[in-house]
Design a binder for this molecule. Structure first.
Ligand code: XIL
Length: 391
């Protein structure tokens, strides 16, 4: 319990961008708004020398900073050096998903996830679990094995085994990932995603998952993890409302939920997603905090496919988006930490996205050569301002 108390108390461009048509940065700046307005310094600093690593910068404010990584990436010694320097928490990108852990219906393969858990422990980092229930990354056998008669038993068995395996070693678990539908048309009236688990068990799958997880590890923070919570669009507005409804329902029925994970894959295809809405997002954070829940920014990056190809402009735009988002997020005392979905552009998941030119995949704090980018300085600066801003 002591550990949990400690954790709980821790305060702890547009798609079709007409860049070529715009004459200069001044025009770009006024066309695109506040995220271009950055201290010059962000655009100029590179290299690994100098200021304190992000994990220490965060710790000064009682916050945790870390990143997603994978088994494969930890085989890269140069990357490992940067990861150890910057990160205070590690979350496996894929190794704890069903697809990775469950080669067959009757077996578990913890080898890769255990490697990452040992690495985190040996490097004095927290270890975070992602994710116990998701509509994606299900194993090949799922559809032919799981049915409404055995789904509850199989779900419980999975959670008991996996959470039990890491009990006492985990900072927090994403118990259910993306339970609320986002752009999809097939959500239910309460906004719940019509996932395989919902089809098999109904909405109670969420309660079952949280109860089973909390029983298996009473020390870890148990979180609901959700995307598309930060924009001004109707879809995002709906997502926030549905997420709050679900959180309220879980809290009022005594379900052991302790935190909301806000993914924060910040999109730049504004026509589709809508623009980041500081005011709406700030209010949402307050509403979540009022439910006595902690908040973790759990998968932060900038989906930078819509940004200019010019590297300097691109990097400044990414940095500005981080800064704008984090200044709002870190003004909320219930926010206990920030995790970026990757640390270096060398391994961003966006590299593997369809149609991406790898030279303009630059969404993370470090570039492919592990140099600190404007984004790094923006995050560092946001930690510096944490809990000071009022929106
Ligand atoms: C991503 C991984 O990073 C990729 O390696 C994988 O191919 C697909 O999943 N939201 C989530 C994460 O909750 O699990 C996703 O991770 C990124 C989006």
């Amino acid at each position: 319990m002591y550990r949990k108390e400690k954790l709980l108390n821790r305060r702890t461009v547009v798609k079709g961008f007409f860049y070529g048509a715009l004459a200069g940065l001044g025009a770009v700046s006024s066309a695109l708004g506040p995220f271009w307005i950055l201290p010059e310094a962000y655009g100029n600093k590179t290299g690994c020398d100098g200021p304190v690593p992000l994990r220490l910068q965060a710790a000064k404010k009682g916050l945790i900073y870390g990143a997603e990584t994978t088994f494969r990436e930890i085989g890269d010694a140069e990357f490992v050096g940067a990861f150890k320097r910057e990160c205070g928490i590690l979350v496996p990108g894929d190794e704890l998903k069903w697809k990775a852990l469950r080669p067959t219906p009757g077996s578990f393969d913890f080898s890769r996830a255990d490697f990452l858990a040992r690495f985190a422990k040996g490097s004095n980092m927290h270890f975070r679990g992602h994710t116990l229930v998701w509509h994606e990354a299900l194993p090949w056998w799922f559809g032919q094995t799981v049915n409404s008669g055995n789904a509850e038993r199989i779900l419980r068995e999975h959670i008991e085994t996996v959470v039990g395996h890491y009990a006492g070693q985990i900072h927090s678990w994403d118990v259910v990932n993306e339970a609320i539908a986002t752009w999809e048309k097939d959500s239910l009236p309460n906004g719940l995603r019509n996932s395989p688990w919902l089809k098999l068990l109904g909405p109670k799958y969420i309660d079952i998952a949280f109860r089973t997880a909390a029983d298996a590890d009473p020390e870890a923070l148990m979180a609901l993890n959700q995307n598309v919570l930060e924009y001004g669009s109707k879809a995002s507005e709906q997502c926030r409302a549905d997420t709050l409804d679900l959180l309220r329902r879980l809290k009022s029925s005594g379900t052991p939920i302790h935190a909301l994970g806000i993914q924060g894959h910040i999109r730049t295809d504004y026509e589709h997603a809508g623009r980041f809405s500081p005011g709406k997002f700030r209010r949402f954070l307050r509403d979540v905090a009022d439910l006595d829940l902690k908040i973790l920014i759990s998968e932060l990056d900038v989906v930078d496919s819509g940004l200019p190809r010019d590297i300097a402009l691109h990097d400044r735009a990414v940095a500005g988006i981080y800064k704008e988002f984090l200044d709002v997020a870190l003004a909320e005392p219930a926010v206990i930490g920030v995790i970026t979905w990757g640390l270096s552009d060398r391994y961003s998941w966006q590299r593997y996205g369809p149609g991406r030119d790898k030279t303009t995949v630059r969404p993370l704090p470090l570039d492919v050569d592990l140099n600190r980018k404007p984004a790094w300085y923006a995050i560092s600066n946001a930690f510096d301002n944490a809990h000071k801003n009022n929106f």
